[in-house]
Design a protein around this ligand. Structure first.
Ligand code: APR
Length: 252
């Protein structure tokens, strides 16, 4: 049973979103945890099990075999079983109802798109495609390439790299410019499942706040944002909170 206080906060959040001209969601690994994809930090976090060095660009080029073994195990084999969850679907529903204009995601699991969201800005790129580091030719990340590691380009035999952002790698320009534009124009930002630990992604909600956006945050625990920029903190699992939030629109 939800407490009255939680109900009030949910209603407040729903009102803010309904009255907003432009609402943007900013999602992190936490929105995909209930799809079976572990977060990077905190309990059961990936970085408590693996040294992130294998995603350092310099290390990848020096040790492509080792990096690719881990990349395949973590970002392809395990992601392959993941399905969008109620939180991903709820965001897609909000977009369809004109209540959400864009999603900026730090995630590379493609679950927002698979849930039906159309306007998704992939701030850290995607696992869906690979690019040749020599000639730039792009490929779908199919099993054909992932069964023979490290994958090589069919045109020039160059090393293929997944199209997600490694440590030490620049943010895709279009993703950066579109995200900054969202932070300029949004009246409401909905932060879901992110610690706000990683720059420059973590600056986006802060810029939105500076531009007078109202910040709604959904997380199972406090983040770097909660006591600094968050206006309404909905403390709970993304699927539960988003299901209850969407229900307010479906019943009104
Ligand atoms: N519902 C809501 N929030 C959740 C849930 C859940 N079911 N489970 C975990 N969380 C929250 C955690 O409390 C934490 O705040 O999700 C967040 C996960 O934090 P991180 O693992 O740091 O993920 P994220 O903030 O997306 O990391 C940013 O770091 O390593 C890089 O590129 C990687 O995009 C990633 C970036």
């Amino acid at each position: 049973m939800r407490s009255q206080e939680v109900n009030n906060k949910l209603t407040q959040a729903a009102e803010l979103i309904k009255d907003s001209k432009h609402t943007t969601a900013f999602t992190g690994a936490g929105i995909s945890v209930e799809s079976g994809i572990p977060p990077f930090r905190g309990e059961n976090g990936l970085w408590s099990k693996f040294d992130p060095i294998f995603l350092d660009l310099g290390y990848f080029f020096k040790h492509p075999d080792e990096s690719w073994q881990l990349i395949k195990k973590i970002f392809y084999d395990s992601f392959a079983q993941a399905e969008p969850n109620a939180a991903h679907y709820a965001l897609a529903q909000l977009e369809q109802r004109g209540l959400l204009q864009a999603i900026i995601t730090q995630n590379i699991d493609n679950l927002h798109q698979r849930a039906g969201s159309k306007n998704v800005i992939e701030y850290h790129g995607t696992t869906q495609t690979l690019t040749c580091t020599h000639c730039g030719r792009r490929y779908q990340a199919s099993t054909k390439f992932l069964n023979d590691l490290p994958p090589k380009c069919e045109s020039c035999s160059g090393l293929l790299k997944p199209d997600f952002v490694f440590f030490g790698e620049a943010i895709p320009e279009l993703a950066q410019s579109r995200s900054l534009q969202e932070a300029e124009i949004a009246d409401v930002f909905i932060l879901i499942g992110t610690t706000g630990e990683v720059q420059p992604a973590s600056m986006i909600p802060i810029i939105a706040k500076k531009n007078h956006a109202k910040i709604i945050e959904i997380n199972v625990e406090k983040s770097n944002y909660t006591d600094s920029i968050t206006d309404i903190f909905l403390n709970g699992k993304a699927t539960e909170i988003m299901r209850n939030l969407l229900a307010i629109y479906l019943t009104n």
